[in-house]
Design a protein around this ligand. Structure first.
Ligand code: COA
Length: 108
């Protein structure tokens, strides 16, 4: 994951980036894009910007075939970020005891 800094001020905003864990719900070879931002920076499109930059790195530099993202169903803000960043809803599953929804973007 990368640290996110505000472009104009250099302030620390949170993190965004790619992570890979062996117990992903949808296949062992898939990489997740994720984000977590300080509340005072919400609502400015920064999570979406971070998600897009992370995916660009994943597809162009790392040449990944698929990037997924998961969240609990009620996390409407993150689901909206996923959609704005070009991921599409693929289904419901469970991960570490939680019911989650998962989204994905494919290289092509
Ligand atoms: C999710 C999070 C990163 C969003 O950050 P952000 O920078 O505000 O996101 P963006 O501004 O890029 O986009 C948020 C979108 O969600 C929408 N949104 C926000 N709250 C919402 C809600 N309760 N219901 C529906 N939509 C909501 C916004 O309107 C915006 O969509 P729009 O551009 O179409 O209006 C931030 O809420 C966060 O850090 N949450 C805690 C950590 C977390 O949930 N991480 C993800 C775990 S899977």
């Amino acid at each position: 994951m990368w640290a996110v800094e505000h472009g104009a001020t250099g302030a620390f905003v949170g993190f965004a980036g790619l992570l890979r864990q062996e117990d992903r719900p949808e296949g062992e070879h898939e990489t997740e894009v994720g984000w977590r931002l300080d509340r005072s920076f919400w609502g400015q499109g920064l999570a979406t910007e971070g998600a897009r930059a992370s995916q660009r790195h994943g597809f162009e530099a790392l040449e990944l075939e698929r990037i997924i993202s998961i969240t609990v169903p009620e996390n409407a803000a993150s689901r909206r970020v996923m959609e704005k960043a070009g991921l599409t809803f693929r289904g419901e599953t469970s991960w570490r005891g939680y019911g989650v929804v998962w989204y994905a973007a494919d290289r092509e």
